[in-house]
Design a protein around this ligand. Structure first.
Ligand code: ATR
Length: 260
């Protein structure tokens, strides 16, 4: 049996475990996917063990950077300085690639407003850069982290940092709104009025569950790309890297999955 898993802390039942295991079953692939919880203080020892015993791994918060010293990152993962997928000791970043692929058929309207400055935003900014976007507006509750990302990508993409207090104002003149924060995951929400959203032609919300923002997008006729779609596109890239991708079966598993 082939073994795959997700390195994480703290424990959180992942969409990956749920859907990949359903997919392996449906496609008669002899494999299993585990959620692997590692206490950060034990990371070095445990990471080495798991790298040896698993055929392929995903990596999520808070280990996407820490894992790099144990493997060889491919060029884009090195450029982003974050790895979320591993195979045969090579580290990949499928977050940016999934984000990029999810937008290949979309005509992105400018200006683009991105909220959030964590690990997901880093991959998203790289994805936007690869899509040929030259400028974006970045808002984060902790503004210093937004400035850090601006500096990190300074040679690739021009970033205007705005304060969280200005979010609604900036939103009114933006065409594309990307939420890369966890707002909506635990019940809190942005509280935008329909009027504040009215200029938008696309809302991309990376949160997996159906958020107030996503419902508002649908109600106001604004094109929506949700977190499940984001997950799907990066998941495809993982399966391709691990050599276990069946396009039809994976799509079938995904659309038939019960998420919540
Ligand atoms: P991920 O890897 O998913 O991006 P992360 O690195 O923990 O996770 O980043 C979470 C993002 O959500 C951050 O931008 C965080 O803002 P801060 O940098 O100010 O912490 C943002 N976030 C989470 N909860 C938030 C809230 N209630 N209001 C505003 N921003 C929030």
């Amino acid at each position: 049996m082939r073994r795959f898993g997700l390195l994480q802390y703290p424990e959180k039942e992942s969409l990956s475990k749920k859907i990949f295991n359903q997919y392996f079953k449906l496609s008669s692939i002899n494999a299993k996917y585990d959620d692997i919880v590692i206490e950060p203080r034990k990371f070095d020892t445990k990471a080495t063990e798991h790298l040896e015993s698993y055929d392929g791994l995903n990596v999520t918060v808070p280990f996407k950077e820490d894992i790099i010293k144990f493997i060889s990152p491919v060029e884009d993962a090195r450029e982003i300085n974050a790895v979320n997928c591993i195979y045969q000791n090579k580290g990949y970043n499928t977050d940016w690639k999934g984000f990029y692929n999810s937008l290949l058929d979309t005509d992105l309207k400018l200006p683009i407003l991105l909220v959030g400055a964590g690990g997901a935003s880093k991959a998203i900014i790289y994805g936007l850069y690869k899509l040929g976007i030259k400028h974006l507006i970045l808002v984060n509750r902790t503004i210093e982290k937004a400035f850090k990302l601006k500096d990190f990508f300074t040679t690739k993409i021009d970033i205007t940092v705005e304060s969280f207090e200005n979010l609604k104002e900036v939103m009114k003149s933006s065409k594309t709104f990307i939420n890369a924060t966890s707002i909506g995951m635990f019940g809190e929400s942005f509280n935008f009025s329909s009027e504040e959203l009215s200029n938008l032609s696309l809302i991309y919300d990376i949160v997996y569950n159906s958020t107030a923002l996503q419902k508002q997008a649908l109600k106001n006729g604004i094109k929506l790309i949700d977190g499940k779609t984001f997950w799907y596109y990066q998941a495809v890239e993982n399966l391709k890297i691990w050599g276990v991708y069946d396009e039809v079966k994976f799509y079938e598993t995904f659309v038939n999955s019960k998420f919540n």
